[in-house]
Design a protein around this ligand. Structure first.
Ligand code: HEC
Length: 410
């Protein structure tokens, strides 16, 4: 029979305490036997339902870094332990805590210019359209272009800050929007023209650091502002966001810039009570290495996936999110970058559930859902680098043309 000292402590420590600890994003601690036993019934339920630990990508897609799911065997152990009255068991050998160290030193420290108070309560409109997101402008003041290989996000309000996505703005449009509203930031998505927020990735709950594999970087053109789109969840009391980003550059000469290709639906119209299955397809003009994805949709989307049809006719699931929830959004980096040859056809699919049975539908009471956005109301951002650096420029041109063609009547 499983016991706390036998198996359960190890499972909880490996899968739960990264968030359910002091100063973590979880609403309570799950560190001691007493803390876990006090919620045993609830833990059994959320683990069985696959609600905890939160992790959106399903097993059908490519393998992703930092996967947090429990194995079926671990779920069975937790269930049996709870059903047997959560026995303590006998302590065995004490395992050393794994201390992770990082030798990276950030060479760029960015901080919100002024604190912004997150409202204590969301109110009636919270969670609808963009009211659970606010975008902040952080000047980088860089007199030359930067090649960022990784960054770590730091917040004093870990339970409030959910998904955060970034973009480097050279147009000044972030500053313009910021100046029109009181206080730092503005209540709009952090997109700029055809560039979606998340163009340089994003961080999520329990995943505040993003480190690209060697040989890839995000580009921050000179004199950029960093636009941070913060999705937040009110905690019941006012909390002040004064968040920071620590970033480090790559020193490798042979490093390629990541570009964002968008699989997306730019206009959506779904009657009240209906479920729509939407698809988008296009063909890659040059060979790329796919490094990761960032999902983009609100809770009216209940699932999404991205498939590739290779030039030889083989099909592969790249990303499968069977149960989407925007609160667990983040950039997912692949365990191994995936080569996609020129001529690969990419098909994104989304299920839009404008129904009452969709537990995350933010638009209640039900109404016709109509929305349009140049960068996609729903989408999957693919972070790719041209295999041949000489083809980077033509990839960018093709992308520009593709996005513009979406907005012409078809
Ligand atoms: C990545 C961070 C993270 C990890 C890992 C995680 N949790 Fe949570 N957990 C949360 C957050 C945040 C909430 C608050 C609920 C929400 O925001 O939806 C939560 C809520 C819960 C709840 C309350 C559920 C509810 O509906 O209110 C339970 C029980 C729970 N977690 C158990 C666990 C267990 C057991 C594990 C490990 C198997 C685990 N969690 C792993 C972040 C995490």
């Amino acid at each position: 029979m499983p016991t706390w000292h036998g198996d359960i402590h190890t499972i909880i420590r490996a899968h739960c305490t990264e968030c359910h600890a002091e100063n973590g994003p979880g609403p309570f601690k799950l560190e001691t036997y007493e803390e876990v036993r006090a919620r045993a019934g609830f833990i059994k339920a959320v683990v069985q339902e696959g609600i905890m630990p939160p992790w959106l990508p399903g097993p059908a897609g490519l393998s992703i870094q930092g996967h947090r799911g429990l194995s079926q065997a671990e779920i069975e152990l937790i269930k049996a332990w709870v059903s047997n009255g959560s026995p303590l068991g006998k302590p065995g050998a004490v395992l050393d805590e794994i201390v992770e160290t990082t030798s990276r030193t950030a060479d760029l420290q960015l901080k919100m210019l002024a604190p912004w108070p997150v409202p204590a309560e969301g109110g009636g409109t919270w969670g609808r359209v963009v009211r659970d997101k606010r975008t902040f402008v952080v000047p980088v003041n860089n007199n030359q272009s930067l090649r960022i290989q990784g960054y770590a996000y730091e917040t004093n309000s870990p339970t409030v800050v959910h998904a955060v996505t970034f973009l480097a703005d050279t147009t000044g449009s972030g500053r313009y929007l910021d100046a029109r509203e009181n206080g730092p930031g503005y209540y709009m998505a952090g997109d700029v023209r055809d560039t979606p927020s998340g163009d340089i990735g994003g961080v999520g709950v329990g995943a505040r650091e993003l480190v690209l594999p060697d040989g890839f970087h995000w580009e921050i053109p000179k004199e950029s502002d960093l636009l941070m789109q913060v999705q937040y969840r009110p905690s019941g009391k006012i909390e002040f966001l004064h968040d920071r980003l620590h970033a480090w550059t790559t020193r490798l000469n042979e490093s390629r810039p990541l570009r964002t290709l968008l699989s997306m639906i730019w206009r959506v119209d779904v009657p009240a009570g209906e479920t729509a299955h939407l698809q988008d397809s296009w063909t890659l003009p040059v060979a790329v290495d796919l490094v990761g994805f960032t999902p983009r949709a609100n809770g009216i989307v209940s699932s999404m996936n991205l498939n590739a049809t290779l030039p030889d006719g083989d099909t592969q699931v790249l990303l499968d999110v069977p149960r989407y929830d925007p609160h667990w959004g983040q950039t997912w980096l692949l365990d191994n970058p995936r080569h996609l040859p020129a001529g690969t056809r990419l098909t994104g699919s989304w299920v839009v559930s404008n129904t009452e049975s969709n537990p995350r539908n933010p638009f209640m009471p039900l109404d016709r859902y109509v929305a349009a956005r140049r960068t996609g109301v729903l989408g999957i951002l693919m972070h790719v680098a041209a295999v041949n650096p000489d083809e980077d420029a033509s990839l960018l041109l093709w992308r520009q043309e593709m996005l513009q063609s979406r907005q012409r009547p078809q």
